[in-house]
Design a protein around this ligand. Structure first.
Ligand code: ZN
Length: 148
């Protein structure tokens, strides 16, 4: 299984803007150093959903839900963790990098290493036979046979 690389996750979190991301789901209004809106996770008439744009974090004082971008997207879009990352990468125009080779790829690698193993084995074996044939007494019968 390949998984999204740490670098890609970091890039997503660096590039994502809190006001844009949360603002897509919640209408935010600046009050003090924070932004406030109506919580998407519970019904309310006064805004208790707050966003800290610097910390890239949300917290709802009404239902005590809080977290970062990824958990927010997972919750809002009903996505798994990697799906939420892919969703955000797509929106941010980030090309995700995956760690660990894809199944095809590793199969090819195994095939290639097996081939070179065989080549190496063949080289050793043929060298040994060659030596036996030419130098070793055990090869004299075979040598005689070949010469005839
Ligand atoms: Zn809430």
């Amino acid at each position: 299984m390949s998984r999204i690389s740490e670098d890609s996750i970091k890039e997503i979190l660096d590039k994502a803007d809190a006001l844009t991301l949360f603002g897509d789901y919640v209408q935010l209004e600046k009050k003090g150093g924070r932004y406030w809106g109506l919580c998407p996770f519970h019904n309310e008439k006064t805004a208790s959903f707050s966003v800290d744009p610097d910390k890239k974090f949300y917290y709802c004082f009404g239902c005590n839900k809080g977290g970062g971008f990824i958990s927010f997207i997972m919750e809002m879009e009903k996505l798994s963790y990697p799906e939420a990352l892919e969703f955000m990468a797509k929106r941010l125009g980030i090309q995700l990098q995956y760690e660990g080779a894809s199944p095809d790829h590793s199969e090819q690698q195994i095939k290639r290493s097996k081939q070179s193993e065989f080549a190496e084995l063949y080289r050793r074996v043929s060298g040994t036979f060659h030596h036996f044939l030419k130098e070793h007494p055990a090869g004299s019968d075979a040598k005689k046979y070949l010469l005839e």
